[in-house]
Design a protein around this ligand. Structure first.
Ligand SMILES: *Cc1c(COP(=O)(O)O)cnc(C)c1O
Length: 464
């Protein structure tokens, strides 16, 4: 088992995995969250809501958050010693699973030589080259520290490049928490049903036009009305933050054509889909090129990294070459870049994405079959290793149809699975991620427990 090399590199304290049942998920799960509950009480006193990002607080699924002590492969271990098969995978970055030996080794190796220089390094050049090779529409790329920074900067660049101010985004798409994009955003904003965030002045979102996802006609109309005032269209080429919603082929193609016709910068926010749905992201999968692309999550291999890049002539407006300012004390951080390079290398191994596709497809198909067999109305959307099981009677194609989900059912499903050792996203409006560390063993266990939980939910329904 490759995992044994971890202890050599970072000397993690670790009990015998086989004896402890770490790799035997069939063992009975003790459901005791007392230490997590204690930590949560302490956290509530000193951290708003006890968490450093809202969805982590479990508000929409009930109960208290679970405090995680470590992760390995497809598994999480919490502070009470409970084990879970993890389908959150840090919200997407961990496509190789937790504490992948090659990533940990790269980070430890980099750390020994210093953690930050605030100066140019060879590694940054290597990662930038890897990005431009992976995503052919990216000719130049700037590294930042998060997906939020990547999209925020890309929009500034698109505005600087075009000299226009309006931007188009889509309902239910999340692009980080920068002010102009917090209009009808997905993810935590969807979970809490907030129309917008307080603290964002109306003036800041006044130039943001929000349209329906997959609605080509709506885009056509908006562009014919505002055409030469629009700097950019920003879109998740596969939506992941209202739950997974795939684009229609027509939708992306239409965006490309309209942007070309009206001199609008097409920005693909591939913070989730980049290196996820294919090595070259959604652009490779659907054969539609963006003018600018935002990356994050997988790119940092579990460390904080984001990136924005695109056509040379657009990126050359960025300082110091051009007049658009953007900077970062820790940008291109050696540890984060090392983790990114190690991750991207592992993804290039032959057959990587085919294996991931097989595992994820099996989970989707069998889960849907089980639910339908039990007469629980669900609709599963999946693109590669990202998927959402929506508790809806019909297909989900946009934010409005995503919102028809029975979120109480999702909460029941979530809690039932958690108690049985499966950690899902604590909100209906998020993606489940399958990593390369998820094998048939984990999928078997997940399906077995899903069948139990869905059956028990049906009984509750029929009693009420
Ligand atoms: C996660 C995400 C972001 C924000 O990235 P952070 O690193 O959380 O700032 C932006 N866009 C998309 C599509 C995302 O999924």
């Amino acid at each position: 088992m490759a995992a044994s090399s971890i202890s050599i590199v970072c000397t993690l304290r670790y009990v015998d995995r086989t004896a402890s049942g770490w790799y035997t998920p069939r063992s009975v799960i003790r459901v005791n969250f007392s230490r997590s509950n204690e930590l949560y009480q302490r956290a509530l006193r000193v951290i708003p809501g006890g968490v450093n990002s809202p969805v982590r607080a479990f508000k929409s699924v009930g109960g208290n958050p679970v405090f995680i002590s470590r992760g390995e492969g497809a598994y999480l271990l919490d502070e009470d010693g409970n084990r879970f098969i993890d389908y959150v995978c840090s919200w997407g970055p961990l496509i190789l699973g937790h504490a992948h030996p090659k990533v940990i080794e790269a980070v430890c190796e980099a750390a020994r030589h210093g953690t930050s220089f605030g100066a140019a390094t060879a590694r940054e050049v290597e990662l930038a080259e890897m990005i431009t090779q992976a995503v052919s529409s990216i000719e130049k790329v700037r590294l930042v520290n998060s997906g939020t920074e990547a999209v925020m900067s890309a929009i500034r660049v698109a505005r600087g490049y075009t000299g226009r101010t309006k931007i188009i985004k889509f309902e239910g798409c999340y692009h980080g928490h920068a002010d102009p994009l917090l209009a009808k955003a997905g993810s935590g904003v969807a979970t809490f049903g907030l129309p917008d965030s307080a603290g964002v002045p109306a003036g800041v979102t006044a130039d943001t036009i929000v349209l329906r996802y997959n609605d080509t006609e709506g885009v056509r109309q908006a562009i014919s009305q505002y055409g030469n005032e629009i700097a950019c269209v920003v879109v998740e080429p596969v939506a992941g933050n209202m739950g997974v919603v795939p684009p229609t082929k027509e939708f992306l193609t239409c965006l490309r054509e309209l942007c070309d016709k009206h001199g609008i910068v097409l920005i693909f926010d591939e913070v989730i889909t980049g290196f996820r749905v294919a090595f070259g992201g959604a652009q490779e999968l659907f054969g539609v090129r963006a003018d600018m692309t935002c990356l994050g999550k997988i790119l940092g291999g579990g460390l904080p990294v984001g990136a924005y890049g695109g056509k040379r002539e657009i990126m050359d407006v960025v300082a110091p070459t051009g007049p658009v300012y953007q900077a970062g004390t820790l940008s291109g951080n050696p540890l984060a870049v090392a983790a990114g390079i190690a991750t991207l290398r592992a993804l290039q191994e032959p057959g990587f994405y085919q294996r991931l596709e097989r595992t994820a497809a099996r989970l989707e198909q069998e889960l849907t079959t089980i639910a339908r067999g039990l007469d629980v109305p669900v609709h599963c959307n999946r693109v590669g290793s990202m998927m959402t099981l929506f508790f809806t009677p019909g297909p989900v194609t946009d934010y409005a149809s995503a919102r028809t989900s029975d979120t109480n059912r999702y909460a029941q499903f979530f809690r039932g699975m958690l108690e049985r050792g499966v950690y899902l996203a604590p909100s209906q409006f998020e993606a489940a991620f399958v990593s390369a560390a998820h094998s048939d063993t984990e999928i078997d266990y997940t399906l077995e427990k899903a069948a139990e939980v869905l059956a028990s939910m049906r009984e509750i329904d029929s009693e009420s």
